[in-house]
Write a protein that binds this ligand. Sequence first.
Ligand code: NAP
Ligand code: MG
Length: 493
Amino acid sequence: MAAATRPAYSLFIGGANVPGTKNETRTVPDPSTREPFATVAVGGADDARHALEVADKAFRESNWASDDGARRTKALFRLAGLVEADLEGFAQLETQNQGKTIRESRFDIGFVVRTLEYHAGLADKIEGETIPVPGGRFDYTSVEPLGVTVHIAPWNYPLLLAVRSIAPALAAGNAVILKPASLTPLSSLRFAQLAKSAGIPDGIFNVVVGSGSAVGEALVDDDRCRTVAFTGSGDVGRRIQEIAARRMIPTTLELGGKGPVVVLADADLDRAAKGIGWGIFGNAGQMCWAGSRLLVDESVRAPLLERLVALAQKLKVGPGSSPDAEMGPLVSPEQQESVLGFVTEAKDAGASIVTGGQRYTDGPLSQGNFLPPTIVDGVNATHRIVREEVFGPVLAVQSFRSVEEGISMANETQYGLLASVWTRDLATAHAVARRLESGMVVINDPPTTFPQTPFAGFRGSGLGSEQGRRALEFYTRRKNVMVNVGRLKGPAK
Ligand code: NAP
Ligand code: MG
């Protein structure tokens, strides 16, 4: 595409599109062709500080944080409606920028709409309480927004994961600054335009594009930032928590995973194979909650593997924009390299690549960041492919001889995000769920979530919880007010 016709995106600060202070821009490539299709402004630490100043002022002066929650309810419902009306435009942009299939992007944007609606419905239901106390006193609590909240998002579900934390922060009355991932900022910038049309006051929603080390750290390491919602890798999560600890501010960390999929001997193997396929090849495996470790009862290993291989080989890999594509490219050449590195290392260590495992060498797929669905057998807990997050369409297969052994293999990880169990025996399923060290467990289903259900990782997968009613509490603080009302003179009752 000729440079002159490429759409250009700016930062969004104080209700306006602005270039970065350094006037820097970069091109944005389509992961299925590696061809640039847009340009985007890139900000730095000065832009981060400018956004903090603007957001802090808007928080104090715009009345967004007032007790009129209905105002926020209406604005967020309007915003949901505007996104829904432009669902196809958002989906196409997300696919072009991130690579995922158009069907996946439509689903993601639908989830964004539902998340906004869910939190819109809560914005006018944020209530304190009265607490009976002795001695002629009256005690109550009031729930207040925090001020400026910072949201740092990853590239795998660009708008969905941004809105997941932005929606409750806005519903609670905060002023929001979003730093999208450098690879995928476009849908957030499109969203910002609608936030303004929906009536969210200028300065209450801001988007600063720029590197994590410059913009991200400048946003977190500043007195005006009152909390950080971070979704991304463990290393960056720890770095953010170190800065936050010095400043004594809370963070939510939604980090990586190494999801175990426990298949018991009595499972419905046809259903399980479909669910497992979705859980590792969906979004080209770039999912924190991917079911990347298959742990199957030895007695059904062969028939399950046969079904999975057939499914992997039938899956239509292609550009996300092609209507029949079932799996798109990886987000970047670096991600493609990194995933291949895991596979090569496992192979060198004696694992067998049952299907996939190599890049495409000719045809249109060789031009983009494509990899085929891959299944790796003959691995154990000493292999990096079993221990670390691959973040690609790669399933590692292990087997067990008893449910007990399956549970302990499932828990043998630094992570604890989502685990799956497949069995027809529901009593066993609940008992196993109870013993899995995971923030989320799915039984006889692929990884599934809704805006109203908590999304949380245990252990190395994170801290705090997004989604659901309680997410709102993270973006508020509770103040206790004690009043001495004295005693009424008169006859004692
Ligand atoms: P990442 O490298 O940690 O980046 C995430 C975000 O942090 C990006 O916006 C990045 O900016 C920013 N960042 C990088 N260094 C920073 C710093 N020093 N200070 C502040 N911000 C900084 O992760 P990713 O590669 O985008 O995403 C993949 C990871 O996210 C995987 O580990 C995956 O499991 C995890 N993830 C978790 C969940 C969940 O809900 N649990 C969901 C999705 C993804 P740049 O883009 O500019 O580097
Ligand atoms: Mg990164």
